[in-house]
Design a protein around this ligand. Structure first.
Ligand code: ZN
Length: 306
């Protein structure tokens, strides 16, 4: 998949194209309507974009192409803060946050400028590309179709992880532009899905609370199944496992889930792996809730996909 971005001389995005491996082209055409309002210190703007998805098809291997057909259109508006006032989040992760891809260390050191804003148009193009690459997977596509329309997306430099889901505001956060990837997005989308699936949401199981380990492990299993099913060698559930033998056994379990679906026999082994995760994961261990059977969102997302 590749992206072509057309910008004007001010650097604003005029057009972004994404082409699929089979040659079909999807065009994103944001048309700006900008209204400004200003207060004393902060300059706020509301920026709206209309995304039109166009597609052309070829039935003869790319020699001739159909004329572009409008597949869908929708408008999204974002408020942005411009320079000088550094809008810093109100004291960190607070309640209801899920932070993922812990990279250790954080970004201490030369203390970069802080930022906290709704994604810029160019970042929205990247985000949509990541979304589209996930959407062709049965289970991930199901998750996307359930949660995408209600989600907000922000960039926040205070994250200690690549991505985070804030259940309180139904927002997926990224730490920087480079973190807008299908991998980061996938896990946070699943947290959003868990939040809609479980009757009381997942805020009550958020960071540092009983059940946090259960909710995180379910997301890792979903992630690992996606990656395995789609040919990526990328694993989250094995982090901290003490040796290669145990890691391999976990990977084999995931591969069977891919091949056979979540059979009773395979799901019967779920808690063994959850317990190992709770023993060994350097960040997510220690908040296991024995009474919480958090596999429902996973099973629901996978249903009909085998
Ligand atoms: Zn997570």
């Amino acid at each position: 998949m590749s992206t072509i971005i057309v910008q004007d001389l001010k650097g604003d995005i005029l057009k972004g194209y994404i082409s699929n491996p089979d040659g079909t082209v999807m065009g994103f055409m944001p048309s700006n309507s900008i209204s400004d309002k200003t207060d004393s210190q902060t300059s706020k703007s509301t920026v709206c974009f209309t995304f039109e998805i166009w597609q052309t098809k070829s039935s003869d291997g790319g020699t001739t192409w159909s004329s572009p057909e409008l597949i869908s259109t929708h408008t999204e508006c974002y408020s942005t803060l411009t320079r000088n006032s550094m809008a810093i989040s109100d004291g960190g992760s607070g309640g209801g946050g899920y932070e993922d891809y812990l990279n250790g260390g954080g970004n201490s050191g030369s203390s970069p400028q802080n930022y906290n804003y709704s994604l810029k148009p160019s970042e929205m193009v990247t985000l949509n590309e990541a979304k589209n690459s996930l959407a062709s997977d049965c289970a991930a596509g199901m998750v996307i179709s359930n949660v995408w329309g209600s989600l907000n997306f922000r960039m926040n430099s205070t994250l200690t992880t690549n991505g985070s889901f804030d259940a309180a505001s139904n927002t997926i956060l990224f730490r920087n532009t480079n973190n807008i990837t299908f991998k980061t997005l996938l896990e946070e989308l699943f947290h959003a899905y868990q939040h809609t699936y479980y009757p009381s949401g997942i805020r009550t199981f958020s960071k540092g609370k009983s059940g946090w380990t259960n909710i995180e492990f379910e997301a890792k299993v979903f992630y690992d199944i996606y990656m395995s099913r789609n040919g990526f060698n990328s694993w989250l559930g094995t982090w901290g496992f003490p040796n290669e033998d145990i890691k391999k056994k976990y990977r084999d379990w995931i591969k069977k889930l891919v091949d056979y679906g979540p059979t009773a026999e395979l799901m019967g082994q779920y808690n063994n792996w959850l317990n190992l995760f709770n023993t060994h994961h350097p960040h997510y261990k220690g908040y296991l809730n024995d009474k919480l059977n958090a596999t429902g969102a996973l099973l629901d997302a996978l249903s009909g996909c085998n």
